[in-house]
Design a protein around this ligand. Structure first.
Ligand SMILES: Nc1ncnc2c1ncn2[C@@H]1O[C@H](COP(=O)(O)OP(=O)(O)O)[C@@H](O)[C@H]1O
Ligand SMILES: [Mg+2]
Length: 439
């Protein structure tokens, strides 16, 4: 992408309304624009990162055997009356009436709708297990939308739903999602810790929140430091195998709990030097809730014995839009964002120090072509802005690499290569710089 053709409205001033660093940086880096309280337009740079995060989640869901579909944002109120949640959900639900006086709502979650879809087609245990997911906008009329994408009213969520014949199957489905979550967050450069949680309005028996530690987090958390060193399964993890040992290692070896379910007496059993009291951001949550929806909504399957029973369900959410904020909270410095490679909006920024100079233009163009064909998605700053402004903007938007090309360096046969995360700068010939980036 050539910067002159792009749409990157970076702000020089720090917006006064933003209270936490990720919100400030997203506004300054031209990623986001507030259109109403808790409702945002995703500007091109922010949208690119949103898509990258979404894609990582999608790949890990698919790997774990989940199947993607897409449900609508609007749902019929009558569907929610079947589960009893239409009245229970309260003021957080945005209720809408159409021209035929039919009651609708903007979905805050999709347990009812997926149960309705499932029961329309599946009657036998032979079709099980199944896990269906979508990545769709949700609306929750939060009392206090704040911190930008962290607590929005409209936000993007991945929500998956598992269906099994019995509890044993449902627990195996839960374990697959649990492991997929560990992998997702790690790929994004985050350390997210599963913590025992209350299941809230979704209801149910078994639940974990996946929490990224950050001072600005909304939840108080208590943990044994050693949980941070537990291994995470690799790409070759066998989702058909027994994942119970992995889940047990993460859930019962070391203490980790949010304040809602914190047990001070049990925490005291952790050696004092390993005890951490911190704050965290909830980036995902897993629930097993059995027949909470399938029973009232009559989603039944017949088992091998021919007897019909309500299907055993779980649901699994990831806050895709919230993750942008969580990643920035975990990875930034005074100059701006530091994107982990896997979610960076562009892989490398090319800065031309003298657009119009034939040698500089030729070197920049050849770098641009080489990096594009290597799949690095370069952002090429060929504008007339002064070098100081270009450097500041490039640091602010936080691309992993900067390739700085000017007449003085080229006269000696060199360009400059900067790694954003470490700040390390090297002068070297262009072909070596390209090899370092693509290598
Ligand atoms: N208002 C919101 N803004 C942004 N992300 C949200 C919001 N509410 C929930 N999420 C994200 O969606 C995920 C799944 O939501 P869920 O656990 O059902 O919500 P909650 O924790 O609010 O009960 C959460 O872990 C969080 O990452
Ligand atoms: Mg939650």
């Amino acid at each position: 992408m050539r910067l002159s053709r792009y749409f990157l409205p970076v702000l020089k001033e720090t917006p006064a309304e933003a209270q936490i660093v990720s919100h400030r940086l997203m506004l300054r880096a031209g990623m986001l624009r507030q259109e109403a309280a808790g409702i945002y337009a995703w500007l091109p740079l922010g949208f690119r990162v949103l898509r990258k995060i979404e894609q990582i989640v999608r790949e890990e869901m698919d790997r774990a055997g989940a199947v993607e579909l897409l449900m609508p944002t609007l749902q019929l109120a009558d569907l929610w009356r079947e589960s009893g949640r239409y009245e229970d959900y309260g003021a957080e639900m945005l209720r809408i009436t159409d021209r035929h006086e039919r009651e609708l709502l903007y979905g805050p979650t999709n347990e009812e709708m997926i149960t309705e879809i499932f029961r329309a087609y599946v009657r036998s245990y032979k079709a099980l297990p199944k896990n269906l997911y979508h990545i769709q906008w949700k609306f929750r009329d939060e009392q206090r939308p704040r911190f930008g994408v962290m607590r929005g009213r409209e936000f993007l969520m991945k929500d998956a739903y598992s269906f099994d014949l019995d509890e044993t199957g449902a627990k195996a489905a839960y374990n697959r999602m649990f492991v997929a979550y560990l992998r997702c967050f790690k790929r994004m450069g985050l350390s997210a810790i599963p913590m025992k949680a209350e299941s809230g309005p979704i209801g149910g028996e078994l639940s974990h929140e996946f929490i990224v530690l950050a001072q600005t987090g909304e939840s108080g958390v208590f943990l044994d430091r050693r949980i941070l060193d537990l291994p995470i399964p690799g790409e070759d993890v066998d989702y058909d195998g027994d994942l119970e040992p992995v889940v047990t290692a993460w859930t019962s070896r070391f203490y980790a709990a949010t304040e809602d379910v914190h047990d001070a007496a049990r925490f005291a059993e952790t050696p004092e030097g390993e005890r951490v009291t911190a704050r965290g951001i909830e980036v995902g949550q897993t629930f097993f809730f059995g027949d909470k929806y399938s029973k009232p909504m009559k989603a039944v399957v017949s088992g091998p014995d021919g007897v019909e029973r309500p299907v055993q369900m779980g649901s699994y959410g990831v806050g895709i839009s919230r993750l942008l904020g969580a990643i920035i909270e975990a990875s930034h410095d005074e100059a701006g964002i530091i994107w982990p490679d896997a979610v960076a909006p562009f892989g490398v920024g090319i800065i031309s120090l003298r657009p119009g100079d034939a040698l500089v233009d030729a070197a920049c163009e050849s770098a641009y072509a080489a990096l594009t064909s290597a799949g690095l998605e370069p952002l090429y700053d060929e504008t007339d802005e002064r070098p100081g402004g270009k450097f500041a903007a490039m640091d602010l938007i936080g691309l992993p690499w900067q390739l700085i090309i000017g007449p003085r360096g080229l006269a000696e046969g060199n360009v400059e290569l900067k790694r954003r995360a470490s700040g390390e700068r090297r002068s070297l010939p262009l072909d070596q710089a390209l090899a370092a980036i693509t290598g």
